[in-house]
Design a protein around this ligand. Structure first.
Ligand code: 4NP
Length: 155
């Protein structure tokens, strides 16, 4: 099993979007039994809440149902997850600041895997309202990330 965790600040807008998109891509590839997916926030601001209505609406447009609840990143995640994908450089800094020395997790920006953009940070739709733009960026990166995962792990 390969374990993948998407991380943003609140775990209500961007990382649930990435989780939902990636889960659908993995299911379409018939790899749901091989890749486990979750998301979390570096903050605990919204713990227990459903995803933002904008994220849910955009996912729904693409026939993706999402029923996850916000949770905060914790130390166990660094041992359970093989890949931790941050939505922006601020999230990446927070993750690295709390990272234990003995983690084997590969910690990168999600958009390091994007092919159609040179943007590195997924803009935060909590402030911009641009949920569809987030979807496009996330989908591009998730597609390529899945290609890389399949090659790396012979899936
Ligand atoms: P997210 O967006 O990190 O993509 O879930 C945000 C959600 C909530 C807040 C900031 C960003 N907030 O400050 O409450």
């Amino acid at each position: 099993m390969v374990n993948v965790l998407f991380v943003c600040l609140g775990n209500i807008c961007r990382s649930p979007m990435a989780e939902g998109v990636f889960r659908q891509l993995v299911a379409e590839a018939g790899l749901s039994d091989h890749i486990q997916i979750d998301s979390a926030g570096t903050s605990g601001y919204h713990v227990g809440e459903t995803a933002h209505s904008g994220t849910l609406r955009t996912l729904k447009k693409h026939n993706i149902d999402y029923d996850g609840r916000s949770r905060q990143l914790n130390m166990v995640d660094f041992h359970e997850y093989d890949y931790i994908l941050a939505m922006d450089t601020s999230n990446l800094r927070s993750i690295r600041n709390m990272m234990p020395t003995d983690t084997n997790a590969r910690i990168t920006l999600l958009l390091d895997y994007a092919q159609r953009t040179s943007i590195r940070d997924v803009p935060d739709p909590y402030y911009t309202g641009e949920f569809d733009k987030v979807y496009d960026l996330v989908e591009d990166a998730c597609r390529n990330f899945l290609v890389v995962l399949r090659q790396t792990h012979s899936l």
